[in-house]
Design a protein. Sequence first.
Lengths: 136, 412
Amino acid sequence: MAYSEKLIDHYENPRNIGSFDKTAEDVGTGLVGAPACGDVMKLQIKVGADGLIEDAKFKTFGCGSAIASSSLVTEWVKGKTIDEAETIKNTDIARHLALPPVKIHCSVLAEDAIKAAIADYRAKAAKKDDKPDAAE
Amino acid sequence: MTAITQIRRNDQPIYLDYQATTPMDPRVLEAMMPYFTHKFGNSGSRSHAYGWEAEEGTERARAQVAKLIGADEKEVIFTSGATESNNLAIRGVAEFYKDRKNHIITTVTEHKCVLDTCRHLEQQGFEVTYLPVKQDGLLDLDVLRAAITDKTVLVSVMAVNNEIGVIQPLAEIGRICRENKVFFHTDAAQAAGKIPLDVEALNIDLMSISGHKIYGPKGIGALYVRRKPRVRLVPMIVGGGQERGFRSGTLPTPLCVGLGEAAEICMKEMESEAKRLKKLQERMLDGLRSRLTDIVVNGDLEHRIPGNLNISFAYVEGESLMMGIKNLAVSSGSACTSASLEPSYVLRALGVEEEMAHTSLRIGLGRFTTEHEIDTAVDELVRHVNKLREMSPLWEMAQEGIDIKSIEWAAH
């Protein structure tokens, strides 16, 4: 299969591989996909005090398109607010990497991964807000 | 003549996909050449020297193929390849005997051209039993015995599997079929020329052979059809009545000659080549095992042709691995390119878990594979498996001692 240069670049030189401490309060973790389907993405965001995503990391088990899609979104979310990051669409990812039709699901998974990471971060934040006295 | 050790151009990847196809041996090409040009006659032309000359070529080739499998030359017919041979054998027998018997037995790990032929027959009202295989990929003989009924006309079991290279117990299957007066067809596309096959000793009634899997040309194959006791077939291609009426059409003389020559070379070199490949297979496996953990060979290692390895590299998806090992031409057992995302049906039939099936590669070694190529391949595989494991969330979990099966994954 012929892949775009951008896709191959992200596969060969993936950006932001790694992990944050998933228990940290400023970290949101999204784990999507399933090993049996041949795709698992773990995407993490680290949110600063100013509400901006200051860093992102990923690990992906999957084909080259899945690796490239997750690498790309870690770049895209950095510097964005979580509300902005939430608007990233799979179609944008697919277009940027010129994914072939059979690989569109990889971009869908990457979008799901961001949404899951944001949801995790928000859930943690809400829990913190629920217990304002806990720290005192 | 070109040196036979130098098939690959230096700018090409190392070819490790010998189950897909093989390069033509230059000796085969040399034998074919005259039949493209001055020996161009129609082997069916009985009235002049051009025809006689062509016929000499096809008949010598027929004898060479027959000798490879211990058959009589009258029992070998030329076809366009193993797909046609398999179609003709199964459909031909089923249709000829349908008034008396309508049941066919095969296995779930057969090549698609056997399975699809059986599906078509089912649609026409035939009964087909698809036998499971054991975890090692081999057929359980008791399961076969139990499946045979008085309506069974044919058992079709491949000699060597194209994905995992395992060799089925042909002698035992042949004996069971003969005892039950059931015809035994074997798809020997991956076996002929690689392991000794004798249709008499193995009680084989029909055997499919492919040219391009044995260093011969593409577009030619053969079907062995037993004469005593006689196997009858309804032909699929009718016309001039060539090939005992089983397969009409002018014979492609150069291709027939190529198949014959390829068969003869395989026969002469089988023993030494098998030993050489066994060493290369061991070299590759030892190299990988000494430098990587969590790798699993799919299918039985002992009952296997030495030219095949099918390996799951746990926690690394097969297609991404193939994308990395650009200098190696191998095949992936994961078919993530299909919309269904389903991994190999052969590996699934062995009971290989889906997540492991997604991590498999098929590595095929053959006549032109060198030690140096194996060493390069091992280096490249190790490097990329390690790189991809570093970015695999599943590898990370495994290192942390998390059981991947304990997680509730959302199937997508």
